[in-house]
Structures are given as C-alpha cells and as structure tokens.
Design a protein. Sequence first.
Length: 158
Amino acid sequence: MQTTIDFKELDEILQKYRYDSSNIIAILQDTQSRYRYLPKEAFTYLSAKLKISPARIYSVATFYENFSLEPKGKYVIRICDGTACHVRKSIPILEKLRKELGLSEAKVTTDDLMFTVETVSCLGACGLAPVLVVNEKVFPAMTPDKASELIVKLKEEN
C-alpha cells in the first residue's frame, strides 16, 4: 500500500514542536496519529527538517512498541493473552477474529485497512478477563461470539 504524504501536514506538526529534534517522540506520535502508522517517506522529510539522521528517527520509531512501520486498520483490536485472559480462553477469541477477518499471525491487517488484530501481554484489566480493546475502548468478559457481534457492529458503523 502506498501512502500519499501531505508535507504541509508534516510541516504543521513540525511547527507545533518548533522544529525541535528533542521533541521527536511527540512528532512521531502526531505523525502516526495522522497516518495510523509511520510512513517511511516521512522519515527522510523529518530528517531534513529536524537536521537529524533518518537512522536516528528510525531507531526511536523501532525502540518504542507503540510505533508501527506498517499500516494499521481504522479499528485496532488488541486481545490480551496475559495469564488471566489466557486461562479464561482468550485464544479462541483471537482465532475467531482471525478467521472472520481473513487474518493470521503473519497478516494482522485487513486489505481494506479497516481492522488490525494484535495480541498483547497485558491490558491491565485482569479482573475483566478475557479482555479486548478496540482503539481505546475496553470490552470485558469477551467470548468468541461476542467478538463476532462486535465485528458486525463495527462494520455497520462504516
């Protein structure tokens, strides 16, 4: 997938942080917020404007797990597979979502960029296990059937 970078938008982000390279994390966060990932084309542009190497930007982007170099879907679904969720059967939920969305361990985002399904080690909601989060919204006591219903509902919203 080719993303078209709007350099005016990047300039607005850079202006917000006064073209100060010490704000690289915030700049990358805003960039990712705009594109739902960090396009490689942005690295060269940010490098020139901030007067730092693309390698330095890349090292920051790959150090923090929250940054993604691959496009993510409009709905990022994170399924907890920590101990509490795992023993309460989070894996069948993951398998159901992958099957319904045509995803796998290797392919985590749908072709239409509507859904990304990821596993995480902990969502910090063990008492609500099994848990999944869609973007920032927590869905407790999840089951495979509830997950299917959630996918239908999210598709209807679009």
